[in-house]
Write a protein that binds this ligand. Structure first.
Ligand SMILES: [Zn+2]
Length: 358
């Protein structure tokens, strides 16, 4: 699949001394696993948080997704030697031999019990385990759910995936471990996307989108970052991403469009709950970023360019990095929540057909 070709470029030439080893199932899958785990091992001068340093033993099933306190993580990581058996036991998600990321529900000596993208319980004997990721990026839509389609034919699902892949590489270059909730062009309901982030104990989850329909003409990008209404950290993440994305996109001379309350804001349904599943379901600070309007011809043509995709991915990576490593408050907040109830016609599991997993 496309991802495997891409990730082969991401292998650090000098693997950190304290990097975990991974079982050799298939060459391509191992490349993915090494990248994911090596990224988790890079320390550099940045503050070291606890997520990458999970002890390689004893994590009860019912604590999946929860990070242990720092004091529990500092004793067993000096020179970790992770056997294949221990690595298997640590799996919270799996890169299947076909490059799809799936949540792991249980590990037995014979197999991984997994959730398929469509939400079924299944099992696999092969795959590369992932124990933890600091960041999960969710490329919106996929498969027959294309999302918005530009006047130039650009499909939102493809654009979202490319920006997620580019941002992943940029974050990994900064030593921040990343997993994508969708790695290719297949259907995956919101419940499975969120479960990948929750199982991995991610500190941040960002769902990546491009908007429709057209609203008002604007001198500045109409980027919208939807935040969790009950979370000050989601709000801060949203404000930082708003700052980075709008600041970066301003370099493009484009006839932008916007909604009249664009910014970093909460969106509530008629019951007063966060309206979007990718805001409501993740158990960590999460946001949904609408970078711009794919329905606007001028923006759609910009989104086709390599330059836009690189700038958008860099802004996403920079905002996440600032969230993780600074106390910056962000900006662009809209205090009044938007009231909107999605029709629920997409993002569910009805009619979902799983991609090949092995
Ligand atoms: Zn979308």
């Amino acid at each position: 699949m496309a991802m495997l070709a891409l990730v082969s470029e991401r292998i650090a030439p000098d693997r950190p001394r304290n990097c975990f080893t991974v079982p050799v199932h298939k060459a391509a899958a191992v490349l993915v696993g090494i990248c994911l785990l090596c990224a988790a091992c890079v320390t550099g001068e940045r503050p070291v948080l606890t997520g990458e340093m999970l002890p390689s033993t004893t994590m009860p099933e019912d604590e999946q997704g929860a990070l242990p306190a720092a004091s529990e993580t500092t004793t067993s990581v000096a020179e970790p030697t992770v056997s294949e058996q221990v690595a298997r036991e640590d799996a919270r998600a799996l890169v299947t031999p076909t490059g799809v990321i799936v949540p792991v529900l249980e590990v037995t000596p014979e197999e991984f019990v997994i959730r398929t993208p469509c939400g079924e319980t299944s099992s696999l004997t092969l795959g590369t385990p992932i124990a933890v990721a600091r960041v999960v990026l969710d490329p919106g839509h996929g498969g027959e759910e294309s999302g918005a389609v530009g006047p130039n034919g650009l499909q939102e699902k493809d654009l979202n995936l490319e920006i997620a892949q580019r941002a992943m590489r940029k974050l990994e270059e900064r030593g921040i471990s990343v997993v994508l909730a969708r790695t290719d062009d297949y259907r995956i309901p919101l419940s499975t996307r969120a479960e990948i982030g929750n199982r991995l104990g991610a500190e941040v989850m960002v769902s990546i989108h491009h908007n429709a329909p057209n609203w008002l003409d604007s001198n500045i990008p109409g980027s919208e970052i939807f935040v969790q209404s009950g979370s000050t950290e989601s709000r801060r993440l949203g404000g930082l991403l708003y700052e980075e994305i709008v600041g970066a996109l301003l370099q493009f001379d484009v006839a932008w469009t916007t909604n009249d309350d664009a910014g970093a804001l909460a969106v509530l349904n008629s019951d007063g709950e966060d309206a979007y599943g990718m805001i409501r379901r993740p158990e960590m600070p999460a946001v949904l970023a609408e970078f711009g309007y794919l329905s606007n011809p001028a923006e759609a043509d910009l989104f086709l360019t390599d330059e836009y995709r690189d700038v958008a991915a860099e802004a996403l990576a920079a905002g996440i990095e600032r969230y993780l490593f600074t106390d910056d408050p962000g900006s662009g907040f809209v205090d009044e929540p938007r009231i909107f109830t999605p029709d629920g016609s997409t993002g569910g599991s009805g009619g979902c057909i799983d991609p090949p997993l092995e």
